[in-house]
Design a protein. Structure first.
Length: 342
């Protein structure tokens, strides 16, 4: 679906992740006149500079668990509001991951320095260039007391005589690589900060808090389409070339997702309302099963049709008590599928 078609169906604001935040994309949205909210890529130079300048103590409260500061950007030639947002929850959850990655990176840099230290150079200039290049490549560690050492080489092995002259020289790099606490803290802080951008400049129309809540709401939609990645869905086997057929398929899938989500909501509502549960994958009671898991619970349930001259008797096989209770909570229309006289 093109941007003009989105405008035609009355889309008020478009929400995208950082993959959609490019100069070409921003220009295209601007030409059509669509309002949008996007996440700014953390690799963007302007974004890196803003994150590096952030002082958490000077940030304002946005909503519970979030602090922020704002800025105006003209990236891609489009004037936009930027919210630099610090998430307290992300800070807690990502600290451990950041520590693991920092440890892994530092171990790699230590190994690289050891290899460099064992390498001999034929001239001092080459050794200095190699040392400078390595020092500039360090992301976590820092070089301490780095220097180039000259080593003498003699024609004969063993201890040289006092008047012996070296046959040649080689040059090695000496020093240490040490952890920098400030670098680690900077990496951790950067992981907990993200930037949201919008081309709606009027905060009375779209407040700062609404920018965050609208962006976060897309997670619910994405969870709904997780089935596309399920190998059982066989999405990779579908190939449609015509744009009209792709749009038709998306319409059918969206309608199916609507029915699926409505059923899941109803199942969870009746379970919580009546304080009932179904077993989860580990056999423990859950009040919030996914519709997919409920479908799997019914996989072993079968209807046996016994046909006689005068009638057809239907027997329900393998229907466990908790599933029967769920059907009763959902209503008579569900029970009638499994019990003829219900």
């Amino acid at each position: 679906m093109s941007l003009k078609q989105l405008e035609a169906v009355g889309i008020s604001i478009l929400v995208k992740d950082s993959a959609g935040y490019t100069k070409d994309s921003l220009e295209a949205h601007q030409e059509v006149g669509l309002k949008w909210i996007m996440r700014v890529p953390a690799t963007l130079k302007e974004a890196k500079e803003l994150v590096a300048q952030v002082n958490l103590n000077n940030m304002n409260s946005l909503v519970k668990g979030y602090k922020y500061s704002s800025a105006i950007s003209k990236y891609g030639g489009v004037e936009q509001r930027w919210l630099i947002i610090y998430s307290e929850e992300s800070n807690k959850s990502r600290d451990k991951r950041a520590e693991r990655e920092l440890l892994k990176t530092s171990q790699g840099e230590e190994k690289a320095f050891k290899k460099l230290s064992n390498q001999s150079f034929h001239c001092e200039a080459d050794a200095k260039v190699a040392m400078d290049n390595f020092e500039n490549s360090l992301k976590v560690l820092k070089m301490y007391n780095g220097k180039v050492i000259e080593k003498e080489h003699y024609e004969k092995a063993g201890r040289p005589a006092k008047d012996a002259k070296p046959a040649g020289y080689t040059y090695n790099i000496s020093g240490e690589v040490v952890a920098d606490v400030s670098t680690g803290n900077k990496v951790k802080k950067g992981r907990a900060i993200f930037i949201l951008a919008t081309n709606e400049l009027d905060s009375n129309i779209l407040s700062d808090a609404e920018i965050l809540s609208t962006y976060k709401a897309q997670a619910k939609v994405e969870r709904g389409f997780r089935f596309l990645k399920d190998p059982m869905f066989l999405a990779s086997t579908l190939y449609l070339k015509k744009e009209e057929r792709i749009m038709a398929l998306l319409m059918v899938m969206t309608c199916c997702l609507l029915v699926y989500s409505a059923l899941e909501h109803r199942i969870r509502l009746v379970l919580s309302t009546h304080n009932q549960s179904v077993p989860n994958q580990k056999g423990r009671p859950t009040y919030k099963p996914t519709a997919k898991w409920v479908f799997e619970l019914f996989v072993d349930v079968h209807l046996l049709f016994i046909t006689t001259d005068n009638d057809v008797e239907v027997l329900t096989m393998n229907l466990k008590s908790e599933l029967k209770s769920l059907l009763a909570l959902l209503g008579s229309s569900y029970l009638r599928i499994y019990f003829k006289n219900s």
